[in-house]
Design a protein around this ligand. Structure first.
Ligand code: SAH
Ligand code: F3S
Length: 452
């Protein structure tokens, strides 16, 4: 059977989509190639959120095709995901040796299309149509084989798309309208994962806090999303629940309260801020004010004092003045995020912000990026240092990628912990004492492990 290599760009949703495609192909008899240079089929799962991610994938494909042309002319090359969706047929026009373009509602058709291409029945396939029900098709998992060490923790897609239309963001165009799976469907998938040894589940979607809004009624003051978390929480053997990516406006009283009430819901909340300036928040169409954002974080910390709060921020949105930027800086000082991802604004085709006046020059974007990054990293480091000397529960994921002699695990608040353990600890929950910190990493002492 042919071998396939999938390279993924972008977010956890993309990682999950790639896993589902890989699992689908394996179940049809394909093998997973160790390298792109030996595979019979190479698929790049792409990201469109910033221009750089698109350019990386395009360059990669050009290089791969160039290298294979002489020596291995029969290799099948395909793009999947967000850039495949937004550029469609244009990609095969630009790269004549490209064979396949699979949009974001068509991942489940990968095997069928590859079979047709490999059998020579069709020469090229581009499919970026909408497909009703596609939100429930990302369900196969790779729980054994090459990636088995990951099986302690799994991602489950609960919805697709986003209707928020933030003015800078391409996601509503690449992922389409919000469409949610049913609670029952998600729970069955989670039960199967837990039966297979999974202890931690991350519920995934582009805006998970809007899960089920249209189809599932509020019950006892609880939104559909909180109802879903409660249903997953019931699963025996599941230890930890996480979710990503939420929207700040989705942290209503019901979700805030759930962090204090549900023991499996991990003490980690991501609230993408984007900007600390009310003027820019409005232009971005974010749907909250600076004050409301700060209030939510206060409420979360009251409900669950151990909670770690992380964020995403964009610098250089069109029209951002020094005063706007200072508002973002001051909010970061006030809130003290445990981690913040700072992005340089990237103009995205067909988004409203791309047409706004006063696009910010690149040097100024770079300057603000560096200033904000320095400030948030300093704050984050002090919050990491506060762990030194403390004992904390980790879920051991397996050997560290950088140094396989070390094991890696995660705290409930989603910090990475490295320690000198043994691979038989994979998948275990254990307490470690934090001895020191590195860059966004905690180091635990093996001597104090409560090993069985
Ligand atoms: N809920 C989505 C968020 C979109 S992308 C998700 O996680 O999939 C993640 C982050 O990328 C956003 O929170 C935002 O900070 C950043 N981002 C989105 N569009 C951007 C753009 N045009 N330029 C720079 N950063 C962007
Ligand atoms: Fe993008 Fe805003 Fe939705 S950042 S994914 S449009 S919440």
């Amino acid at each position: 059977m042919p071998s396939v290599y999938i390279k993924t760009y972008g977010c956890q949703m993309n990682e999950r989509d790639s896993e589902a495609v890989a699992a689908q192909l394996v179940s049809k008899g394909y093998t997973l190639a160790k390298s792109e240079t030996t595979a019979d089929v190479v698929l790049l799962n792409t990201c469109s959120v910033r221009d750089m991610a698109e350019q990386k994938a395009l360059n990669k494909m050009e290089n791969l095709i160039g290298a294979a042309r002489k020596k291995r002319p029969n290799v099948i090359f395909g793009f999947m995901g967000c850039m495949a969706q937004s550029r469609g047929k244009q990609l095969v026009d630009q790269l004549p040796d490209l064979d396949l373009v699979i949009g974001t509602q068509k991942f489940h058709r990968a095997a069928e299309y590859l079979d047709e291409l490999l059998a020579g029945k069709r020469d090229k396939i581009v499919d970026v149509e909408e497909e009703k029900g596609s939100e429930a098709t990302i369900r196969e998992h790779l729980l054994s084989g090459a990636k088995a060490s990951k099986a302690v923790s799994a991602f489950v897609s609960i919805m697709q798309g986003c209707n928020q239309y933030c003015t800078f963001c391409i996601v509503p165009y690449t992922r389409g309208e919000e469409r949610s799976r049913t609670i029952e469907d998600v729970v069955v998938e989670c039960q199967q994962l837990v039966a297979g040894g999974v202890k931690e589940i991350t519920l995934l979607g582009q805006i998970v806090t809007s899960y089920g809004k249209r189809d599932i009624k509020v019950k006892d003051g609880k939104s559909a999303f909180v109802q879903l978390i409660e249903a997953v929480h019931e699963i025996n053997g599941l230890e930890r629940i996480r979710f990503t990516s939420p929207h700040p406006k989705g942290y209503g009283d019901d979700l805030v309260e759930a962090f204090g009430r549900l023991p499996k819901l991990c003490e980690s909340a991501h609230l993408p801020l984007q900007s600390g300036s009310d003027r820019l928040l409005k232009l971005m169409h974010r749907g909250y004010t600076r004050e409301r954002f700060i209030t939510i974080i206060k409420q979360l910390r009251q409900s669950q004092p151990k909670i770690a709060v992380t964020t995403d921020i964009i610098v250089g949105f069109p029209g951002e003045t020094e005063a706007d930027f200072e508002e973002t800086m001051s909010l970061c000082r006030e809130v003290q995020f445990d981690n913040a991802y700072i992005f340089k604004y990237s103009q995205r085709k067909d988004t409203p912000a791309a047409e706004m006046p006063d696009q910010i020059p690149q040097e100024l974007i770079e300057d603000r990026h560096l200033r904000l990054l320095t400030a948030v990293n300093e704050i984050a480091a002090t919050r990491y240092d506060a762990f030194i000397g403390k004992t904390t529960e980790i879920l051991v994921e397996g050997p560290s990628k950088k140094n396989p002699a070390r094991m890696t695990g995660r705290t409930r608040c989603n910090r990475i912990v490295l320690f000198d353990g043994n691979s038989r600890h994979s998948g275990q929950l254990m307490d470690v004492k934090i001895e020191r910190t590195g860059s966004f990493t905690l180091y635990g002492d093996p001597a104090i492990l409560n090993l069985d």
